[in-house]
Design a protein around this ligand. Structure first.
Ligand SMILES: *[C@@H]1O[C@H](CO)[C@@H](O)[C@H](O)[C@H]1NC(C)=O
Ligand SMILES: *[C@@H]1O[C@H](CO)[C@@H](O)[C@H](O)[C@H]1NC(C)=O
Ligand SMILES: *[C@@H]1O[C@H](CO)[C@@H](O)[C@H](O)[C@H]1NC(C)=O
Ligand SMILES: *[C@@H]1O[C@H](CO)[C@@H](O)[C@H](O)[C@H]1NC(C)=O
Ligand SMILES: *[C@@H]1O[C@H](CO)[C@@H](O)[C@H](O)[C@H]1NC(C)=O
Ligand SMILES: *[C@@H]1O[C@H](CO)[C@@H](O)[C@H](O)[C@H]1NC(C)=O
Ligand SMILES: *[C@@H]1O[C@H](CO)[C@@H](O)[C@H](O)[C@H]1NC(C)=O
Length: 769
């Protein structure tokens, strides 16, 4: 998605008013063993009792406390959290906070949603290891929290699918344009959640503009669910572009759709309700291509719900966000979440601009051009009124655009929308020009008129040409689909970057996966540009974002889950991370723009599903291991209780942990050196899932200005499932340290004697003044 989507999100947030009597949605978290809990049989009665007390204190006109109380309640949560979402005034919130049984009251907040080919790029082949070993992810269930699904898409055809797993307890919820017959053995469940959205949004779901049902009105959810686990569709393309066989990452896995995002966004009360139900429904993986901005974990409803999901053995995979390349922008950063950034594929859709002076500008597009577009006069409304330089709605003077090729700057409104604006103003073609914000990022669209997207360098050359030429002209030459030329994978410009704002002691994002120009299933009543004016119809369309990267990893997690049903979410994540690639297809470092990518862009690297199936060793983490880590963040006992439902004293944990520090057994390593720190020690433990009787030796690449020592230097495993520990010392080499370096990078890898396993952890060092 364009960062512009977030502009809209912010606009709506700032427009909501607040006063002491004004009702707003809050999420009320309760103590699971609350003192008043035993007075009620059902959780919902207990939850309602809090509201009854509030409304009976106030004078209700209805004289019906029960009705007034239940009209305030939006959701009752029992699995993702103990508590409820309700409409409350500020005064009522203060009253509730005084109750011993209430742990926390948090305002509801709003989030934004963030192929045919990517499986081949990732090395998955039908005859090959990972798909065969995991039987295409057979039997695993992926829950997708998104904008819903278009069930008739060929990607959700259930031919060849195994029966619905017996453990499945989900339903196919009826609603507008959706009933139980829309579910099948591929799409085994579908539900929608709109209560939080309905009361808080200035534009609640409206039956005339969007389906109030699991059916997708937007396209995003259909795209992400088919990327995770779409069935094989032999002849997929977008008007001939990117033609090939479409498949999700885990074509044998089942999909359960939880619609939580609507045209104007997604509310955490709805997201939490979906997680609450999905845990009971029996999903194995939860895929969340949505997010906001980083907040402390104890205020982060997604983090809290994910902790419970993780305790139930569910892998939670989330998009890192589209706020890159700004540092500290990574969201969904809890250590129990798998956080995924976006990378490019080696596939290009060239649509080259030939200027009337004979020079060429490289651009890309998925407009189905025929290669013989006319030469047209160029026009650019630089610094124009009403946003005409961005081609905002109603900003382009018809008289000056008619029949011309209009240049539009990226930003403010959507890329495809700019094309519609030019078309309505009578323009004949469009060049989308990246700015310093987008640099050379190349997210293509299926534009409604002949159009191409050029990078910021080309954009500068184009504008100089227009400026210096009396009647500047150009034509666009559409070149179809080209594979294998570009260096890939590379980091997507928009992919959110670390270090984690709230918790730099965990390196985030965890990894990157394909997220630029991804082709996947599309609703059959929506044009490929997703604009209401677009009357073209397709079964596949193209999208870019960390939203697209996330379901790739969700699908691969489902493959691992099928191959290794007993592995914990932490073990699955470890397998994904320690086998990820740090070099591109040419064997050179993965690039980020014109420089090699750092760990804050790629985490452990680019996901490699074949290797992830057999990682050799795994770094496992038990749910309770997270408590010591949360203590190390300085969280209070109450904050830690909110997240973990465990009431332990950090002081006691510190005593027990002496020597071991607070290091979480994370598959990547992040070390923070404050002024005066000379050395740090960390513990790690690895479990042998490769071969019995194997010996691993350590290989270390030291970060600049630091020496790294590992003991022992060999790990001798006698049998499978055996766990061995090692210690790592980091010692700053003060003399050699360049004062300007704030960050350093190295790596630690355990390599077995036969070199068949290479278990790699990135080491990230931060020097703090
Ligand atoms: C469900 O929808 C399908 C197609 O939209 C329709 O043919 C069928 O009659 C509906 N079934 C029920 C039980 O409403
Ligand atoms: C900009 O908007 C104003 C007010 O809506 C309008 O009067 C003016 O004509 C617009 N300018 C252009 C160039 O469209
Ligand atoms: C266009 O030309 C003017 C005058 O020569 C110059 O001031 C301006 O910077 C130029 N703009 C661009 C984008 O090249
Ligand atoms: C989309 O898929 C449906 C069902 O397989 C098929 O009937 C239809 O022709 C396809 N549409 C396009 C545009 O390919
Ligand atoms: C946690 O335990 C302490 C000491 O046993 C107790 O005072 C406190 O109320 C407990 N907190 C919660 C949230 O259970
Ligand atoms: C290593 O390779 C040798 C010979 O190639 C083989 O006999 C041995 O079983 C292998 N060991 C492991 C642990 O894979
Ligand atoms: C390893 O542990 C798992 C779960 O604890 C168990 O199911 C499996 O049988 C064990 N494998 C071996 C080889 O001991």
């Amino acid at each position: 998605m364009e960062p512009t989507f977030l502009f809209f999100a912010l606009f709506f947030l700032s427009s909501s008013s607040s006063s002491a009597f004004h009702l707003q949605t809050y999420i009320v978290q309760l103590h699971p063993d609350g003192l008043t809990r035993p007075h009620y049989d059902a959780a919902i009665d207990w939850h309602l009792s809090f509201l009854r007390k509030l409304v009976s204190v106030e004078e209700t006109e209805e004289n019906d406390d029960d009705g007034a109380a239940s009209s305030r309640l939006l959701y009752s949560y029992t699995s993702a959290m103990e508590g409820f979402a309700a409409q409350l005034s500020e005064f009522e919130v203060e009253t509730l906070k005084k109750s011993n049984d209430v742990i926390a009251v948090r305002p509801d907040n709003k989030f934004a949603i963030q192929t045919t080919y990517s499986y081949q790029f990732l090395g998955l082949t039908p005859a090959g290891g990972a798909w065969r070993e995991s039987r295409f992810g057979r039997g695993s269930i992926i829950g997708v929290l998104d904008t819903g699904v278009w069930p008739e898409s060929p990607s959700f055809d259930d031919r060849g699918m195994p029966p619905v797993p017996r453990k499945w307890k989900g339903i196919c919820q009826e609603g507008k344009g959706f009933n139980a017959s829309n579910c099948n053995r591929k799409l085994i469940g579908a539900r929608f959640f709109s209560k939080g959205h309905r009361v808080s949004s200035s534009s609640p779901p409206d039956a005339s503009t969007e389906y109030v049902s699991p059916r997708d009105s937007h396209g995003h959810g259909t795209h992400t669910s088919s990327t995770a686990a779409g069935s094989s569709v032999p002849t997929a393309s977008v008007f001939g572009n990117g033609a090939g066989e479409a498949r999700g990452m885990a074509p044998g896995a089942h999909i359960a759709v939880y619609k939580v995002c609507w045209f104007s966004g997604c509310y955490s009360s709805d997201i939490l309700a979906a997680m609450d139900v999905a845990i009971r429904d029996g999903v194995d993986v939860l895929s969340l291509s949505l997010g906001g901005f980083p907040v402390p974990l104890y205020e982060d409803n997604i983090a809290i719900g994910s902790f419970r999901a993780m305790e139930h053995g569910i892998s939670v995979v989330c998009a890192a966000g589209n706020n890159g390349p700004i540092q500290n922008s990574v969201a969904n950063e809890a250590p129990w979440i798998t956080t995924v950034g976006a990378s490019t594929l080696d596939r290009r859709f060239p649509a080259i601009v030939r200027l009337s002076n004979g020079k060429f500008l490289y651009g890309e597009s998925m407009y189905p051009g025929n290669g013989h577009e006319n030469e047209l006069e160029l026009v650019y409304f630089a610094n124009g009124d009403n946003g005409s330089q961005f081609c905002m709605r109603g900003s382009i003077p018809r008289a000056k655009a008619r029949g011309k090729m209009v240049v539009c700057d990226r930003g403010v409104n959507g890329r495809a929308e700019k094309g519609q604006v030019v078309k309505e103003a009578g323009g004949a073609a469009m060049i989308l020009a990246n700015t310093e914000i987008n640099l050379e990022e190349d997210s293509v669209d299926v534009h409604v008129l002949p159009a191409t997207l050029i990078g910021s360098d080309e954009s500068y050359r184009l504008k100089s040409f227009i400026n210096a030429t009396r009647r500047p002209k150009a034509r666009i030459i559409f070149g179809g689909t080209v594979k294998g030329r570009a260096r890939a994978p590379a980091v997507a410009q928009f992919s959110s970057r670390g270090p984690s704002f709230t918790n730099p002691s965990i390196l985030k994002p965890d990894m990157i996966a394909p997220g630029v120009n991804i082709i996947a299933a599309w609703p059959q009543n929506l044009g490929p540009s997703a604009l209401p004016e677009d009357s073209r119809r397709v079964n596949f369309s193209v999208m870019s974002g960390t939203s697209m990267a996330c379901p790739h990893v969700s699908g691969i997690a489902a493959l691992i889950r099928t191959a290794h049903p007993k592995w914990s979410p932490a073990a699955i994540k470890s397998a994904l991370m320690t086998t990820a690639e740090v070099t591109d297809r040419q064997g050179k470092p993965i690039m980020d723009g014109d420089k090699p990518a750092d760990f804050f862009a790629i985490g452990a690297g680019h996901v490699n599903p074949e290797r992830a199936m057999n990682p050799g060793l795994i770094y496992d983490i038990l749910p309770e291991d997270h408590i010591a880590h949360l203590c190390s963040l300085g969280y209070s006992r109450g904050d830690i209780f909110s997240i973990t439902h465990r009431n332990l004293s950090c002081h006691e944990i510190m005593q027990k942990n002496r020597g071991g520090g607070f290091s979480l057994n994370y598959p990547s390593i992040s070390v923070i050196f404050k002024a005066g720190d000379k050395r740090k020690v960390m513990w790690r433990r690895v479990t042998n899932v490769g071969k019995a009787n194997s010996i691993y030796s350590v290989e270390v690449k030291e970060p600049e200005g630091m020496s790294v020592r590992v003991r022992p230097r060999k790990l001798k495993f006698k049998h499978l499932n055996q766990t061995l520990s090692y210690r790592v010392w980091f010692v700053g080499k003060g003399r050699n340290r360049n004062k300007n370096t704030r960050f350093g990078e190295g790596q630690l890898a355990w390599v077995d004697r036969n070199n068949s396993y290479r278990v790699r952890s990135p080491i990230s060092v931060t020097w703090r003044k």
